[in-house]
Ligand binder design. Sequence first.
Ligand code: HEC
Length: 121
Amino acid sequence: MKFITFFLIFTTFAFSSEFITKNEYAKMLYKNPRGIGCNKCHGDKGGGALIVKYKAFNKKSNKYEERSLKAPRINNLDFDRFKSAVTDSKGIMPSYFLTQNEILNLFEYITSFNKDKKDEK
Ligand code: HEC
Protein backbone atom coordinates (compact mmCIF):
# COMPACT_ATOMS: atom_id res chain seq x y z
CA MET A 1 0.00 0.00 0.00
CA LYS A 2 2.77 2.40 0.91
CA PHE A 3 4.48 1.63 -2.31
CA ILE A 4 1.36 2.34 -4.34
CA THR A 5 0.89 5.69 -2.63
CA PHE A 6 4.50 6.56 -3.25
CA PHE A 7 4.22 5.47 -6.84
CA LEU A 8 1.11 7.59 -7.41
CA ILE A 9 2.67 10.68 -5.89
CA PHE A 10 5.84 10.14 -7.85
CA THR A 11 4.08 9.75 -11.17
CA THR A 12 1.88 12.77 -10.48
CA PHE A 13 4.93 14.95 -10.00
CA ALA A 14 6.95 13.37 -12.74
CA PHE A 15 4.28 13.79 -15.39
CA SER A 16 2.40 16.81 -14.09
CA SER A 17 3.99 19.04 -16.71
CA GLU A 18 2.39 16.84 -19.35
CA PHE A 19 -1.09 17.57 -18.02
CA ILE A 20 -1.04 21.15 -19.13
CA THR A 21 -0.68 22.09 -22.75
CA LYS A 22 1.24 25.06 -24.06
CA ASN A 23 -2.04 26.74 -24.85
CA GLU A 24 -3.36 26.23 -21.31
CA TYR A 25 -0.10 27.57 -19.93
CA ALA A 26 -0.31 30.68 -22.10
CA LYS A 27 -3.94 31.20 -21.09
CA MET A 28 -2.94 31.10 -17.43
CA LEU A 29 -0.11 33.51 -18.09
CA TYR A 30 -2.42 35.89 -19.91
CA LYS A 31 -4.72 35.99 -16.89
CA ASN A 32 -2.00 36.04 -14.28
CA PRO A 33 1.29 37.45 -15.62
CA ARG A 34 2.79 38.24 -12.16
CA GLY A 35 0.78 41.41 -12.11
CA ILE A 36 -2.69 42.46 -13.20
CA GLY A 37 -4.06 40.12 -15.86
CA CYS A 38 -3.94 41.26 -19.49
CA ASN A 39 -7.53 40.06 -19.91
CA LYS A 40 -8.77 42.63 -17.38
CA CYS A 41 -7.99 45.42 -19.82
CA HIS A 42 -7.61 43.89 -23.27
CA GLY A 43 -10.41 41.32 -23.01
CA ASP A 44 -10.16 37.53 -23.00
CA LYS A 45 -9.28 37.33 -26.69
CA GLY A 46 -7.18 40.49 -26.91
CA GLY A 47 -9.80 42.24 -28.99
CA GLY A 48 -9.56 45.38 -26.88
CA ALA A 49 -12.02 46.51 -24.25
CA LEU A 50 -13.43 49.44 -22.40
CA ILE A 51 -11.61 50.07 -19.11
CA VAL A 52 -13.73 52.89 -17.73
CA LYS A 53 -16.15 55.64 -18.65
CA TYR A 54 -15.86 59.00 -16.94
CA LYS A 55 -17.00 62.58 -17.22
CA ALA A 56 -14.67 65.45 -17.83
CA PHE A 57 -15.41 69.14 -17.81
CA ASN A 58 -14.90 70.92 -21.11
CA LYS A 59 -14.08 74.57 -20.45
CA LYS A 60 -14.90 75.65 -23.99
CA SER A 61 -18.40 74.27 -24.11
CA ASN A 62 -18.89 74.72 -20.36
CA LYS A 63 -20.31 71.22 -20.12
CA TYR A 64 -19.40 67.83 -18.80
CA GLU A 65 -18.49 65.40 -21.52
CA GLU A 66 -18.56 61.65 -21.42
CA ARG A 67 -15.17 60.13 -22.11
CA SER A 68 -13.89 56.62 -22.12
CA LEU A 69 -10.60 54.90 -21.58
CA LYS A 70 -10.01 51.88 -23.74
CA ALA A 71 -7.36 49.22 -23.98
CA PRO A 72 -6.45 48.63 -27.63
CA ARG A 73 -6.77 45.45 -29.61
CA ILE A 74 -3.59 43.39 -29.28
CA ASN A 75 -4.20 40.19 -31.23
CA ASN A 76 -3.12 41.60 -34.60
CA LEU A 77 0.30 43.10 -33.91
CA ASP A 78 3.76 42.02 -34.99
CA PHE A 79 6.03 40.49 -32.37
CA ASP A 80 8.38 43.47 -31.95
CA ARG A 81 5.56 45.86 -31.26
CA PHE A 82 3.94 43.40 -28.87
CA LYS A 83 7.17 42.78 -27.00
CA SER A 84 8.14 46.41 -26.57
CA ALA A 85 4.65 47.27 -25.28
CA VAL A 86 4.88 44.56 -22.63
CA THR A 87 8.45 45.25 -21.52
CA ASP A 88 8.43 49.04 -21.43
CA SER A 89 4.99 50.50 -21.33
CA LYS A 90 4.64 54.22 -21.58
CA GLY A 91 1.07 55.04 -20.68
CA ILE A 92 -1.66 53.51 -18.60
CA MET A 93 -0.61 49.94 -19.05
CA PRO A 94 1.66 48.58 -16.32
CA SER A 95 5.13 47.21 -17.10
CA TYR A 96 5.69 43.49 -16.76
CA PHE A 97 8.74 41.46 -15.97
CA LEU A 98 8.29 38.47 -18.20
CA THR A 99 10.92 36.28 -19.80
CA GLN A 100 11.44 36.20 -23.55
CA ASN A 101 9.80 32.79 -23.59
CA GLU A 102 6.76 33.97 -21.65
CA ILE A 103 6.29 36.91 -23.98
CA LEU A 104 6.51 34.60 -26.98
CA ASN A 105 3.92 32.26 -25.44
CA LEU A 106 1.59 35.15 -24.76
CA PHE A 107 2.10 36.44 -28.28
CA GLU A 108 1.31 33.08 -29.88
CA TYR A 109 -1.71 32.62 -27.65
CA ILE A 110 -3.24 36.02 -28.26
CA THR A 111 -2.58 36.15 -32.01
CA SER A 112 -4.43 32.83 -32.30
CA PHE A 113 -7.59 34.89 -31.74
CA ASN A 114 -6.85 37.14 -34.69
CA LYS A 115 -9.94 36.47 -36.79
CA ASP A 116 -8.85 38.67 -39.71
CA LYS A 117 -5.81 36.50 -40.22
CA LYS A 118 -7.86 33.31 -40.09
CA ASP A 119 -10.17 34.69 -42.76
CA GLU A 120 -7.22 35.23 -45.08
CA LYS A 121 -6.40 31.54 -45.10
C1 HEC B 1 -4.54 48.36 -16.66
C2 HEC B 1 -4.96 47.91 -17.96
C3 HEC B 1 -3.99 47.09 -18.80
C4 HEC B 1 -3.41 45.87 -18.50
C5 HEC B 1 -3.58 45.07 -17.23
C6 HEC B 1 -2.64 45.48 -19.65
N1 HEC B 1 -2.72 46.44 -20.62
FE1 HEC B 1 -1.81 46.40 -22.42
N2 HEC B 1 -2.44 48.31 -22.77
C7 HEC B 1 -3.31 49.05 -21.99
C8 HEC B 1 -3.50 50.38 -22.55
C9 HEC B 1 -4.41 51.47 -21.99
C10 HEC B 1 -2.70 50.43 -23.72
C11 HEC B 1 -2.50 51.61 -24.67
C12 HEC B 1 -1.18 52.28 -24.39
C13 HEC B 1 -1.14 52.84 -22.99
O1 HEC B 1 -1.89 53.76 -22.69
O2 HEC B 1 -0.36 52.32 -22.16
C14 HEC B 1 -2.05 49.11 -23.83
C15 HEC B 1 -1.19 48.73 -24.86
C16 HEC B 1 -0.77 47.43 -25.09
C17 HEC B 1 -0.05 46.99 -26.28
C18 HEC B 1 0.36 47.87 -27.46
C19 HEC B 1 -0.76 47.95 -28.45
C20 HEC B 1 -0.32 48.65 -29.72
O3 HEC B 1 -1.20 48.89 -30.55
O4 HEC B 1 0.86 48.95 -29.87
C21 HEC B 1 0.19 45.65 -26.12
C22 HEC B 1 0.90 44.73 -27.09
C23 HEC B 1 -0.37 45.26 -24.84
N3 HEC B 1 -0.94 46.37 -24.25
C24 HEC B 1 -0.31 43.97 -24.32
C25 HEC B 1 -0.63 43.65 -23.00
C26 HEC B 1 -0.31 42.38 -22.37
C27 HEC B 1 0.33 41.19 -23.07
C28 HEC B 1 -0.72 42.48 -21.08
C29 HEC B 1 -0.53 41.47 -19.96
C30 HEC B 1 0.84 41.00 -19.73
C31 HEC B 1 -1.33 43.80 -20.91
N4 HEC B 1 -1.23 44.47 -22.09
C32 HEC B 1 -1.91 44.29 -19.75
C33 HEC B 1 -3.89 48.59 -20.82
C34 HEC B 1 -3.54 47.44 -20.14
